[in-house]
Design a protein around this ligand. Structure first.
Ligand code: DGP
Length: 209
């Protein structure tokens, strides 16, 4: 049986990376093969350009950087597909939803922002870690990177709310890390229990269905 494609989304400081790593550990402890992936992957050629942009070492047009983030996802698709088909579950830290939320928060048209990611592999589960901007700021404030500003983060959160559909599972990220972990696990456990024939085949159908 193929692995599950699980995406965790949320604003900066919502605890996504910590929870992704915890989830991978938990899956492995229960006997599942599981791996962590993250976007942007800053190690590839596109990722290096993105990293330099995020660290504010270089300037790029908003549209151009949006396409770079999308390319960073597209170039990972074959590897993601092969990994899932080999039976490994992937826990992915951000996906195209971040892409659209951040770029549209900067003022680009939301529909335009969706287009480069149309046809990416569709995740089985999208978990949104929901945290108010006030709570996010309490977590030690924002850092030095380009998007780490209250005003933009507020807009990003609003854009995420526009993208959210009935299939998303929302977890209150203001709870303790243990409670968040439990909330995520109950969602993942339900998805894991789908039998082989119920688990839909992998589809390059993001935003098409
Ligand atoms: P992270 O490595 O998860 O901290 O992400 C780096 C920053 O980049 C963070 O502020 C969120 C933003 N980001 C992530 N994915 C995308 C994307 O696809 N497009 C844009 N414009 N920003 C993104």
């Amino acid at each position: 049986m193929r692995g599950l494609f699980i995406v965790l989304e949320g604003c900066d400081r919502s605890g996504k990376s910590t929870q992704c790593h915890q989830l991978v550990k938990q899956l492995q402890a229960k006997g599942y093969s599981a791996q962590y992936r993250n976007f942007p992957n800053r190690t590839t050629q596109t990722g290096k350009m993105i990293d330099s942009y995020l660290r504010q070492a270089t300037e790029l047009d908003d549209h151009a950087v949006h396409l770079l983030f999308s390319a960073n996802r597209w170039e990972a698709m074959n590897s993601i597909k092969d990994t899932l088909e080999s039976g490994i579950t992937l826990v992915v830290d951000r996906y195209a939803f971040s892409g659209v939320a951040f770029s549209s928060a900067k003022g680009l048209d939301l529909n335009w922002c969706k287009q480069p990611d149309v046809g990416l592999l569709s995740p089985d589960v999208v978990v949104f870690l929901d945290l108010s901007i006030d709570e996010a700021e309490k977590r030690g404030g924002y850092g030095e990177e380009r998007y780490e500003r209250r005003e933009l983060q507020t807009k990003v959160r609003n854009q995420f709310m526009k993208l959210k559909d009935d299939t998303w599972k929302v977890v209150n990220a203001a709870q303790s890390a243990e409670q968040v972990e439990k909330g995520i696990w109950s969602i993942v456990e339900a998805a894991l229990s789908t039998s082989t024939n119920q688990r839909k085949s992998l589809l390059y159908s993001l935003w098409k269905d």
